[in-house]
Design a protein around this ligand. Sequence first.
Ligand code: KG4
Ligand code: ZN
Length: 338
Amino acid sequence: MTVDVNTCILGIETSCDETAAAVVIGGTNVLSSVVSSQVDLHARFGGVVPEIAGRAHVEMLTPVIAQAIVEAGIDDDRIDAVAATVGPGLVGSLLVGVSAAKALALVWDVPFVAVNHLEAHLHEALLEEPDLELPVVVLLVSGGHTMLVEMRDHGTYRLLGQTIDDAAGEAFDKVARFLGLGYPGGPAIDREAMSGDPQAIAFPRAILDEGLDFSFSGLKTAVVRYVRANPDVSTADVAASFQQAVVDVLLTKARRAAAQVGARGLCLGGGVAANSLLREQFLDVCEGDGLHGFLPSRPMCTDNAAMIASAAWWRLQSHGPSPLDTGADPSLKLALVD
Ligand code: KG4
Ligand code: ZN
């Protein structure tokens, strides 16, 4: 199959708690991107309940796909391939999207493309800025992962650093829960921090002075200890000081990584890249270091299917279609080079 700028891909994303479908042409031209969030279903439990997530995907996926095709203004026969996230994620959720994608590929007699969710997050920046010059360093910060990756080419990734315990998004979610700010925690802390003083409390910045790995579990514990010892502290000050500590560590390491590999550009990706302070200070850092900084738009940072269709377009060129017996893999890893 020839893959070119006219190749039209339907992407499907169901790895966690967003049911999403998108139609993207040529890897960058997003005709539609529909995301149905399950936040309301999980909020009263304070986190994602896998069983509920899987059932909600079953209910929502067909209408979401239909909406994506209608919004794209195309007929089904314009679709050249169907892609879905095969991992990492919740197995019961992944299976819904993978089964639907394979069924549609069979019915429409087009290729199926299996996409790694992390690889899709790495492509967020390129989706919106296709001419970005490689290699770039991508700081991928989501609910399950915190990684610094050197993207040398599409499909050629070198891991520079990663978290040794909690992911950055996980730290936001846990601290928000502890502070009673609700779920999802990232946006709640982002909002609360707006009225707080980021210098109010000197929370620890773990392993700041060396290497490219991260650690956030000590920070979470420090927040809990501080609030227990100072019950009258302003929640906004705690949120702002916590957020500042996370952002300081993320950006210090990202700069170090860019300098170490001599990258021209630095990109952000993943749900935490929607954070207001991180976005603002990321651009300052890039300007200060003479790096080309690229920030995906907020809707592109959090889980969506446009990034799946985009990553699939590159993958279809390099690897061709995926076999129909490709299974969902909840702990799928990113293929890395040394
Ligand atoms: O990439 P994503 O949508 O899903 C995963 O692949 O994990 O990331 C979700 C994570 C959650 O931990 C959520 O709290 C965090 O991204 N997040 C934020 C913000 N928006 C979402 N964290 C900080 N500030 C935000 N504005
Ligand atoms: Zn994600």
